[in-house]
Design a protein around this ligand. Structure first.
Ligand code: DAT
Ligand code: MG
Length: 151
């Protein structure tokens, strides 16, 4: 089977608040492998497709306005168990309920400004990476750290 990947995205508030380095660091230090990275101003139709499961929610229009309000940082992170682990590093959807030590728990206060997205299943990780990255935008490489991370 394929190596697991998660689509992680720093939302416009994370970029505007100068949290890009801090957030990338959390995933880098954990030991996952960065396969794709770009700063990107997202068009409305892409945001709508990304969040299509939420299209009937009352907050959907505001969510789309927020995600398209400025550049985001798109990332593809790889590793066994990366999807569930990234969700733990990110913390609960509502930052006031997110545990200290998590990205949202440490860096945000409101659901509508929760600084980062992470895929909720390996299937969605694959779907979202295909949605946000073009062919050729992902890099094939091996980290020199690999033998020190995985026995
Ligand atoms: P998550 O981002 O933790 O996977 P989700 O997939 O349920 O959460 O929702 C996607 C985003 O939509 C979430 O990060 C912020 C926004 N959102 C979710 N529930 C909301 C609510 N009740 N009010 C306002 N925004 C909400
Ligand atoms: Mg979600």
């Amino acid at each position: 089977s394929e190596v697991e990947r998660s689509y992680i995205m720093i939302k416009p508030d994370g970029v505007q608040r100068g949290l890009v380095g801090e957030i990338i660091s959390r995933f880098e230090k954990k030991g996952f492998l960065l396969k794709g990275l770009k700063l990107f101003q997202c068009p409305k139709d892409l945001a709508q497709e990304h969040y299509k499961d939420l299209k009937d929610k009352p907050f959907f229009p505001k969510l789309i306005d927020y995600i398209t309000s400025g550049p985001v940082v798109c990332m593809a992170w790889e590793g066994a168990g990366v999807v569930a682990s990234a969700r733990k590093l990110i913390g609960a959807t509502n930052p006031l309920q997110a545990e200290p030590g998590t990205i949202r728990g440490d860096l945000a206060v409101q659901t509508g400004r929760n600084v980062v997205h992470g895929s909720d299943s390996p299937d969605n990780g694959k779907r979202e990476i295909e949605l946000w990255f073009k062919e050729g935008e992902l890099c094939q490489w091996e980290s020199v750290q690999a033998p020190w991370l995985i026995e």
